[in-house]
Each structure stands twice: as structure tokens, then as C-alpha cells.
Design a protein around this ligand. Sequence first.
Ligand code: ZN
Ligand code: ZN
Length: 257
Amino acid sequence: MVARPPPKHKKHYVEITTQFHADGSLTFLNLTIYGHSAEQMSTLIQSYVRRRGSNLTLQQQQGLGQFKELEKLQTQLVESNELILKYFNAFNDIFFFGCLKSLCKVQFYPQEAMRPGLRGQCTYPQNGTCLIRIKSGSRKGPPKTRLTGYLSTLVHEMLHAVFHTYVCRCGHVCKNRYAESVGGHGIAWQWAALAIQESTMAILGIEKDYNLGRRCPSEDLEVDALNDWGALQAEVDAIQRSISPRTPDLPQKPTRL
Ligand SMILES: [Zn+2]
Ligand SMILES: [Zn+2]
């Protein structure tokens, strides 16, 4: 009797290894579009954004330098594609190890061009490319307040883009796994979002963390009440739907990349 081959999904994820360089830069070898599990990507992001101070990678330091320059601008018109793209590039280096470079387009869209209830949306016009839309006018108040709101939406959508771009969905097994761990705001997405949210104040030096529209303080995943920085109301409903039947199964601290 011939043994059945192991289920495809258990073996075929590409292993990601980390390489440090003398100049302080860090590269992830074998990072592959559609190559990994949601848990791999979540763990990778969590470990990357937990770096602080002198442990920041060269890329994070450069992104942080760009972010601080942008924060000095006294821009009144924050609904600017040029400005949001610069923040995208900075966040890509600070939180996402540059993995979205040249894969995403970021643009403000007028209210009427987007679904009601959404402040942002990430769509995928072609394989491996993402379009991040930020709804213009969805944030109220003075320019700085509006900008902060737009930026928390931006980071939220960038996280969707990373999972969508790098997680395998090759067949029904992988598709189901993806739907469970990521789809909408599943558990792998939640842990990564929490780690990013907790690092916004610590790395960026801002006064209050970006609210990515989710919380998982310890064992239980809870959705925080929306505040001025709150992310997407409609998506928070989706978070609650996505987390309610399950218990967390990801380690809080990364164990293996
Ligand atoms: Zn697969
Ligand atoms: Zn979302």
C-alpha cells in the first residue's frame, strides 16, 4: 500500500530566514509573493515592529527619519496623494520591512466613490498589486487631527495588503486557512495589528497610538471602543464577527520566523 503524500499545505510554505548586515540593515531571505502562511507573516511583522531604539534596523531608522520630516510640515491640505504616498513609504520601512515597495498605489478617493461606512479600502486589481483607497473627508477637525485619522486608516489597509500579497492561497486548503486566519480581520491579522498599534507611540514618538480598529490585550480579543483615532466602523463589526467563535492560537511572542 502506497503511503499518501502529506497534505500539501503543511509542507510547501517558503521558510523565511533573517540576515543581519554590518551596517545595521536586515534582510529577510526568501520572502516570496504568495509564498507563506498567515502565521509566518504575522510573526515576522510582530518581531519586526517590536524593535526599539538602537535595535531598529537601518531601514526602520531611515523610515523614521522620513516620518519625522513629514511631521514637521505644517500642511493645511492633508488630503494630498503626494503626502499620503510619502507616509506610505515611511511606514513601509518602519512596520513592513519594505515589502510593499512598488506593489501598492495609494490614493484619496471622494466620498461618493466609496462604499458608505468605510474610511479606507484595499483592493487588488492584478495579482500582486494593491490599490489602497483613503476616503477623503472621512476625518473631521483640524489638519493634524484629520491626518492622524487618515494615517491610522493607511496602516490598517497596508496590513491587509501585506497578508494578501504574501500569504499562499494556492488551493482550497490554503484558501480556507487564509480565510480563517486573515480574511477580514482574523487572528493572524489581529496579532500583527496589535503589535503595530503598540509600536506606533514607541517607535514614532507620537503622543497617542494609532488605533487600527482592534485590540487583543491578552488571552481575549476585544474590540476597543472607537475614539477619535478609531478606524473603520464597518470593519469593526467584521472584526467582532471574525473573532467571536474562535480562541487565539498564535503565540504573543514570535517563536520562529
Ligand atoms: Zn498554498
Ligand atoms: Zn480592514
